[in-house]
Design a protein around this ligand. Structure first.
Ligand SMILES: NC(=O)c1ccc[n+]([C@@H]2O[C@H](COP(=O)([O-])OP(=O)(O)OC[C@H]3O[C@@H](n4cnc5c(N)ncnc54)[C@H](OP(=O)(O)O)[C@@H]3O)[C@@H](O)[C@H]2O)c1
Length: 264
């Protein structure tokens, strides 16, 4: 089967492309012949990531600014439409993670996290769905997390935002069934990036960024509903932990002290 990525000039958006998974997704898509629109708030890192895309002989659009501002997202999509007429793939990757330990609870952390991780994806969904529907084709992927399957200790804001994103993407996938527009929910375990470099607790099955991105892009290509990895962690979180009785989960999670103490 011919894959879309074999089509030269495929128009791909990657939000949060200035570091980590997003930067690597932009580069790997460029290597496959795609044109890539990159977003992010750090101008120097955005320029650097765009240069890395151009170094693969691919076209790059630099879109400076945050996904948490609806006007910025509208402006960015308008720039993409001016340049390319629309998008074939939208990879909604931008995300933040901040400790949110209950003993020092800050609603502001929840607000900030949801603004980027959930609303940031929602603004882009609003922008791209109508044109993809009109074209009867398109791929949307949201980078959620295995942390969205249960409320992890010390990470309430992050877990809740990823749970919200998982549910949001599932609803959108159901609504768009049969339209030609696919929706993929991506749930990684631990992957090397700026986000995980800050963690001071053990990260089982920590993956190299390049390897993780290969798994993600292959899942989007194959229009998978959910891409979760690495498999031992995905199996444990989605099939065991997600279904564990509440009292048992609570007892075990409370014991996984390193995660909450390190960030408290
Ligand atoms: N690494 C993991 O183990 C892991 C596991 C599960 C899920 N994830 C998810 O994967 C995604 C990428 O994370 P990462 O690990 O690659 O971390 P990262 O290296 O910190 O990258 C996060 C990216 O998001 C961007 N970003 C943050 N806030 C933004 C905003 N308001 N507007 C636009 N861009 C914003 C950052 O760019 P600027 O700061 O330049 O804006 C950066 O490019 C996130 O959604 C994360 O939750 C990661």
């Amino acid at each position: 089967m011919a894959l879309d990525t074999a089509k030269p000039g495929l128009r791909v958006l990657v939000t949060g492309a200035t570091s980590g998974l997003g930067r690597e997704m932009a580069i790997q898509m460029a290597r496959r012949g795609a044109r890539v629109a990159l977003t992010g708030r750090r101008a120097d890192k955005l320029r650097d990531a765009a240069q890395a895309v151009r170094a693969k002989d691919a076209e790059a659009l630099e879109l400076l600014g945050g996904v948490d501002d609806p006007e910025t997202v509208k402006r960015h999509y308008a720039e993409i439409k001016d340049a390319w007429g629309g998008l074939d793939w939208a990879i909604l990757n931008a995300g933040i993670s901040e400790a949110c330990y209950a003993r020092a609870f800050k609603a502001e952390v929840v607000r900030k996290t949801f603004s980027t991780n959930v609303l940031g994806a929602a603004y882009w969904l609003e922008a791209v769905i109508p044109d993809m529907l009109a074209a009867k084709s398109g791929r949307i992927a949201g980078i959620a997390s295995l942390a969205g399957y249960r409320g992890l200790p010390g990470h309430g804001a992050y877990s809740a935002s990823k749970a919200a994103l998982i549910a949001l993407l599932e609803s959108v996938r159901v609504d768009l069934r049969g339209t030609g527009v696919s929706v993929t929910t991506v749930c990684p375990g631990f992957v090397k990036s700026e986000l995980t470099a800050r963690n001071r607790y053990p990260m089982p099955f920590l993956m190299e960024t390049q390897d993780a991105v290969r798994v993600v892009l292959s899942g989007i290509e194959r229009k998978k509903r959910v891409v979760s990895f690495p498999w031992p962690m995905a199996f444990f979180m989605r099939r065991v932990v997600a279904h564990a009785p509440d009292a048992l989960y609570e007892r075990l999670a409370a014991r996984s002290g390193p995660m909450k103490k390190a960030d408290a």
